[in-house]
Ligand binder design. Structure first.
Ligand SMILES: *Cc1c(COP(=O)(O)O)cnc(C)c1O
Length: 388
């Protein structure tokens, strides 16, 4: 902060939740109602999610991480199995595979988008492959038609990580409706939030019932349905489950966030297009447009510093930070974390595209409260760093 002439008067956050009076009132109503867990707000939120993601069933959970773990569990993933997963993603994706006693097999990224490379994925399918865990990175959809073809031809499961991608579409239909368990995140930094929380879209009603049991210790009926039926508490335990349920306080927020989602995504899309225009002449690689029939949820706006630019990525980040502009790196690839690197003997040489992507990418501020003026500040800071 030694260059006060460059200071914005306020810090520009990378991400920021957009909560209104509706969310606050619904939380207060929930607190006054006495139903804090397993109650009607969770049911109402699930119904609204199912309307959006029909014909999929949707069950709310404590996080997307819980959704990924349960999605893999539904696919029967366990010891001895391999799961193909991109290295350029959040650590949760590999952690859930490890927690089930299975082996993550990391796959490189596709150039240009950084998404899971589907040619490399196909080449890595083997006799122990039980599932593929694609990630709709930044809200940009992976080709789920091609994944569905791999699933059907090879008898493997697909469990989609849509933590960034509520609101995204492939083939004109929302993610979560392409026949695979699909996990969404409502963490505070995501496009819509319940503070902490997630949901799993599930293609088949019987599997949805199993998710209901697994999210609450494996018990067969929730507290709310026991109460509502007023019958005997004839519940049972068929398999040991987890403690993965969403609270009604969280769902109360989610009901209103979901109603605002399309507006959030539309504003994000506008901002992304404005960024594209402002940054097109700088030595930056911008994301290619989404393919026809696809809708990008615009959770992240990421650019890559060109290899021959006069500043490297870390210098650009420092310049933005000096000017009170928040950035982040999505992501440090999983093969660079000590546990995974040492356990599986991995190095950058195995993942040249993802490693290069990770070295040059920067995520820029993007949320509905970003103003057009803020974008000018970001563009000015990038210009100063790259063209000095
Ligand atoms: C945030 C995130 C998750 C985990 O979401 P939680 O709701 O925090 O568990 C999983 N995958 C990706 C790509 C994420 O960014």
């Amino acid at each position: 902060m030694n260059r006060p002439e460059l200071q914005r008067s306020t810090f520009l956050d990378l991400a920021r939740p957009e909560l209104g009076e509706e969310e606050i009132a619904e939380v207060v109503d929930t607190l006054r109602s006495g139903w804090l867990v397993g109650g009607p707000k969770v049911s109402a939120f699930e119904t609204a999610l199912e309307q959006r993601l029909a014909p999929a069933r949707v069950r709310c959970l404590s996080s997307a991480t819980a959704g990924l773990l349960l999605g893999l569990r539904l696919a029967g993933v366990g010891p001895g199995d391999e799961v193909l997963v991109p290295t350029l993603t959040f650590a949760a994706c590999a952690n859930v595979i490890e927690q089930l006693g299975a082996t993550p097999v990391f796959v490189d990224s596709e150039p240009g988008t950084g998404l899971l490379d589907l040619d490399a994925t196909e080449a890595r399918l083997g006799p122990r492959t039980k599932a593929i865990l694609p990630v709709h990175l930044g809200g940009r959809p992976v080709d789920v038609d091609r994944l569905g073809a791999l699933r059907d031809a090879h008898g493997v499961a697909v469990v989609e990580d849509a933590a960034h991608a509520m609101g995204a579409e492939w083939g004109g239909r929302p993610l979560g409706t392409h026949g695979n368990p699909t996990a969404f995140s409502f963490h505070a930094t995501k496009t819509m939030t319940t503070v902490e929380g997630g949901a799993l879209a599930i293609p088949d009603p019987a599997l949805a019932e199993r998710v209901e049991r697994l999210r609450l210790q494996g018990l067969s009926r929730s507290a709310w349905s026991r109460h509502a039926s007023a019958g005997p508490a004839d519940y049972d335990l068929e398999e040991p489950g987890f403690k993965f349920a969403m609270t009604d306080v969280a769902a109360a927020i989610g009901i209103h966030q979901l109603a605002k989602l399309d507006g959030f995504v539309a504003r994000r899309e506008e901002l992304a297009q404005r960024y594209d225009e402002l940054l097109e002449d700088l030595p930056l690689e911008l994301e290619p447009p989404a393919p026809a029939g696809a809708r990008h949820a615009r959770h992240l706006y990421a650019v890559r510093v060109a290899p021959d630019a006069r500043a490297d990525r870390d210098e650009v980040v420092a310049e933005l930070s000096d000017r009170q502009i928040g950035t982040s790196i999505h992501f440090k690839p999983i093969h660079r974390f000590r546990y995974y690197r040492e356990r599986y003997g991995l190095g950058d040489v195995d993942f040249p595209v993802a490693s290069d992507f990770a070295d040059r990418t920067i995520s820029l501020p993007l949320h509905p409260a970003v103003h057009d003026d803020d974008l000018m500040d970001v563009a000015a800071a990038l210009t100063a760093a790259l063209e000095g």
